[in-house]
Design a binder for this molecule. Structure first.
Ligand code: ADP
Length: 459
């Protein structure tokens, strides 16, 4: 049929526009590297902010004692405690609890928000067993993973730049969130001290590093995407002279905002960006993270339906096909990973979401192709970014481990496979074997507690 021919030709154009041959990836990773270097020179020099984390000691396994972690990155938050037994015994006990911030509190006041969190923490502290050997009179210490934009000048302070992800409390902006949390804990009579505040990538890195000293970078591939890595302070010209200078620290790249002229971008990406809440921001992340990947695919299917009559027999295009974010990245992974002869999962997703029944097999194939093309570009761009970081770390390490957290990496098998494949293409078999990616599930809250331990004031 004519519609199908037109659809095939549009799909092929889309594939070409999204192509990421290895030479292109190489240029992109070079741009990642040079923008990282520029960002280390001074603030405002680069698209990459290269934020200092103020971490002075990464956890190494020798830490001992009882420590708390708090991981706040969205509606759900986690509180946890770990009893650390040192080099041999490591984690003697770990307990955690997940709670969620009621929606009315996300838009209330500083006091209500932080009191809510402090109360959950206090209730959790109350369940400490007798085996939690906190020495009498010692303050409990907490590491805090806070995954919102903050501007930090020390490890235990940071001013909120803006709220994201459904939070909207105007008075918090510009305030030190550690102070707010600390004050709420005092109001709750909770005797606890915030030792460290980090973002989720740094938490993930620290969590991985505790077990494995080769961990040199942390990466988030979930709703959003970001990366951090261990840098030598001698390589950071913008290091404030007034600060003590540890040998190494963690740099938060804020790589979601990366851009290179070599990145293949289509009209669809431009539209998605223009219609997004923050146009022009986080443009790298918008090409592949869990929040957006599904919407790129939706837009392309809609375009195929409008311009190439992909849905042929269906007289009207389903009205919700024009609704942003109705097709989620999880749906894309289901369709992309459909290996059945008749692409039954593709059919099921199209029916569940758009009410489309009995799509011909040829149409299902085109839809699966769109998923494949979009995911492959995304995974390969992530690989190029990783290679930029690996090259920045350079010969400092024989082996470089990258701790990754996020559902996109964890659950989307083909995305993960494409990413690994591209790493081998870029680095070659031998060098790629020295770059190890390990899944560090929910490691960021634990990482924060471990950072509290490695920066503890107790001894
Ligand atoms: P967050 O990043 O918000 O802390 P996650 O790491 O769980 O949380 O990431 C959530 C994102 O992962 C969502 O955008 C979701 O679409 C995506 N996601 C969840 N499951 C899958 C899956 N099976 N395949 C691809 N993406 C998935």
């Amino acid at each position: 049929p004519k519609g199908l021919e037109a659809a095939h030709s549009m799909r092929d154009k889309f594939r070409n526009a999204c192509a990421t041959p290895v030479e292109t990836l190489r240029k992109i990773s070079q741009d990642m590297l040079s923008q990282m270097e520029a960002g280390l020179q001074s603030d405002g020099e680069s698209r990459l902010r290269m934020l200092l984390s103020f971490v002075e000691h990464l956890p190494c396994g020798n830490e001992t004692g009882l420590f708390y972690g708090l991981d706040l990155g969205g509606t759900n938050f986690r509180v946890l405690r770990v009893q650390l037994g040192g080099k041999e015994k490591r984690i003697l006990k770990q307990e955690s609890k997940v709670d969620s911030i009621p929606s009315e509190i996300m838009t209330s006041t500083n006091e209500e928000l932080f009191d809510y969190i402090a109360r959950v923490l206090a209730d959790f502290v109350a369940t400490e067993g007798v085996d939690c050997n906190l020495i009498l009179g010692q303050k409990r210490e907490l590491g805090f993973t806070f995954s919102f934009p903050v501007s930090q000048e020390s490890l235990n302070s940071g001013k909120l730049v803006k709220w994201t992800k459904g939070f909207a409390i105007a008075e918090t902006i510009g305030q030190d969130v550690v102070k707010e949390l600390q004050a709420a804990m005092e109001r709750c009579k909770l005797d606890m001290h915030v030792i460290a505040m980090v973002n989720d990538t740094t938490g993930t890195l620290a969590g991985g590093r505790y077990w494995n000293e080769d961990v040199m970078a942390g990466l988030i591939l979930g709703t959003g995407s970001n990366a951090c890595y261990v840098e030598q302070t001698s390589e950071i010209p913008k290091w404030p002279p007034s600060l003590p200078k540890p040998e190494e620290t963690v740099i938060n790249i804020e790589w979601g905002h990366f851009w290179s002229p070599h990145i293949p971008k289509t009209e669809i990406d431009d539209d998605l960006d223009a219609e997004s809440v923050h146009p022009g921001q986080q443009v790298f992340e918008k090409l592949f993270s869990g929040m957006y990947l599904g919407d790129i695919v939706r837009r392309m299917i809609l375009k195929l339906a409008e311009q190439a009559c992909l849905l042929g027999g269906v007289t009207e295009i389903p009205s919700n096909m024009a609704t942003p974010f109705v097709l989620r990245t999880r749906d894309v992974s289901i369709m992309h990973e459909d290996e059945s002869e008749n692409l039954e999962n593709v059919a099921r997703v199209m029916e569940t979401i758009f009410g489309l029944k009995e799509l011909p097999l040829e149409v299902r194939k085109v839809i699966k192709d769109v998923c494949e093309i979009t995911a492959a570009r995304g995974a390969r761009l992530v690989a190029a970014g990783i290679v930029g970081i690996v090259r920045k770390i350079g010969g400092r390490k024989k082996k470089i481990c990258i701790a990754i957290d996020g559902s996109l990496y964890e659950h989307y098998t083909k995305f993960r496979a494409k990413l690994h494949e591209a790493l081998v293409e870029l680095l070659g078999q031998e060098a790629a074997a020295k770059v190890v990616i390990e899944l560090s599930k929910d490691g960021s809250g634990l990482g924060a507690a471990l950072l509290a331990a490695s920066h503890s004031k107790k001894d």
